[in-house]
Design a protein around this ligand. Structure first.
Ligand code: 6PG
Length: 478
């Protein structure tokens, strides 16, 4: 037995991860359901490092040093369960089975509990960065036992992306499903970021009257400042691209229907269960879903809208700057919501997640990597119990400076009939959080009126009910 790590499931993510391990000097055992893929990997990339190809699961397991460490890279769902069952029969107590797919964290919790009974460590590891990241350095979010991380951590850290300060974009997130949970929220935040960027593009195009090439330039400029991020960078690339077949801007020939594989939807479903408002992610999921309702959209195409003219000259330039501010402020809100969700789940499941560390490992490798994440890391370093990112003085000051522009952008969007659900929901969240009094008082009074659901008072403790259909006197309810 010579291999330090094994990878089973050699589609592109699995192959790239295996090559990344090998390139970092680890001997990597390889296994795939069909041997052809294993062979193709060794034929093409065998020279990159030490690979031990195996035709059978038995040979694969036998080629691994103990405790055995096996990374499963197969489709999330039933395929994962089948592979786990196959390998569990061949493993011994102390071995570590790692699921590197986008599994639902509840599946991971179930699998971890079942394998723990047999003494096997099951690690649900979120891996972000796509194919490129898997090969050259992803951001890795492993859950599972502390003990499993002792033997697995150094291997994962060696292949992970490195942040600017040199630290690996990988840390032990917390027990059982914690790793897959934070990967899910990462994807939710990814959805929100993408939606906000799409709204900024739409406003620059429809309100400021900019062409895609010019918008690419604007995004490139923004990428030099506080919005510096991978998603802004690729946005500029996409917008600058011309379709070879038609000579038109590429963005104009792509069907305007955004798909989703489901992690954003899971984030929102889970947030509803945890009672955490993640309106930015919610609006992003709904916006994708709306875009795909072509029948509904066709039926509504004739509805009337405003007749506002596009801006020109200096007005357009000033507006573009305001859009940058609205985008930044909305982004702060959506990250604040994402972190609230991680914090709430950490309490609920007893994961004890280090909130600042999540920002630290997202600084590199992953899809939402951005300069901004170092600011979030620093905010939690200064106050680990920060209730919301908006309470960090630095972020509060910046959003405070942006808020006038943010309001102008949302109001202008409304006047021009440009949908900005992300910007608008973020601003509504900001205004709701900072409000002295919310109309929730009225909502609660209505509940008491029709359902005797009781209410609390601002001036004394206890629960009360008003006899709405009687003499409207108030009763104290215990
Ligand atoms: C990542 C990505 C990755 C994948 C998403 C896309 O972190 O590397 O998030 O996991 O690209 O699943 O999600 P949708 O298909 O739902 O947009």
């Amino acid at each position: 037995a010579t291999a330090q790590i094994g990878v089973t499931g050699l589609a592109v993510m699995g192959s790239n991860l295996a090559r990344n391990f090998a390139r970092h000097g680890h001997t990597v055992a390889l296994h795939n359901r069909t041997y052809a893929k294993t062979k193709a990997l060794v034929d093409q990339h065998g020279h990159e490092g030490d690979f031990v190809p195996a035709e059978t699961a038995e040979d694969f397991v036998a080629s691994l040093q103990k405790p055995r460490r096996i990374v499963i890279m197969v489709k999330a769902g039933e395929a994962t369960d089948a592979v786990i069952d196959e390998f569990t029969a061949l493993l011994e107590p102390g071995d570590v089975l790692i699921d590197g797919g986008n599994a639902h964290f509840n599946d991971t919790r179930r699998r971890e509990a079942a394998l723990r009974e047999r003494g096997i460590h099951f690690v649900g590891a979120g891996i972000s960065g796509g194919e490129e990241g898997a090969l050259n350095g992803p951001s890795i979010m492993p859950g599972g036992s502390e003990e499993s991380y002792k033997s697995l951590g150094p291997l994962l850290e060696s292949i992970a992306a490195k942040a600017e300060d040199g630290s690996p974009c990988c840390t032990h997130v917390g027990p059982d499903g914690a790793g897959h949970f934070v990967k899910m929220v990462h994807n939710g935040i990814e959805y929100a970021d993408m939606q906000l960027i799409a709204e900024a593009y739409d406003l620059l195009r429809s309100v400021a009257g900019y062409e895609p090439g010019r918008i690419a330039g604007t995004f490139r400029e923004w990428n030099q400042g506080r919005l510096d991020s991978y998603l802004i960078e690729i946005t500029a690339e996409v917008l600058a691209h011309t379709d070879a077949a038609t000579g038109r801007p590429f963005v104009d020939v792509v069907a305007d229907e955004a798909e989703q594989k489901g992690t954003g939807r899971w984030t929102v479903q889970t947030a509803l269960d945890l009672g955490v408002p993640v309106s930015g992610i919610g609006e992003a999921v709904f916006a994708r879903s709306l875009s795909g309702h072509t029948g509904l959209r066709a039926a509504a195409r004739g509805l009337s809208g405003p007749t506002a003219e596009a801006l020109t000259g200096d007005e357009a330039r000033v507006f573009a700057d305001q859009v940058e501010q609205a985008l930044y402020a909305s982004k702060v809100v959506s990250y604040a919501q994402g972190w609230n969700m991680i914090s709430r789940a950490s309490e609920e499941y007893g994961w004890d997640i280090n909130l600042g560390a999540m920002a630290a490992i997202w600084r590199g490798g992953c899809i939402i990597r951005a300069a901004f994440l170092d600011r979030i890391r620093a905010a939690f370093a200064a106050d680990p119990a920060l209730p919301t990112l908006l309470a960090d003085q630095g972020f509060a000051d910046e959003v405070g400076r942006a808020q006038e522009a943010w309001r102008t952008v949302v109001a202008t969007a409304v006047r021009h009939g440009v949908p900005t659900p992300g910007f608008s929901a973020a601003l509504a969240y900001y205004d709701a959080l900072r409000a002295e009094r919310l109309p929730a008082a009225l909502t609660q009074a209505q509940r008491d009126f029709f359902g005797a659901h009781t209410y609390r008072r601002t001036d004394r403790p206890g629960s009360f009910h008003t006899l709405w259909s009687g003499d409207r006197s108030e009763q104290s309810v215990d």
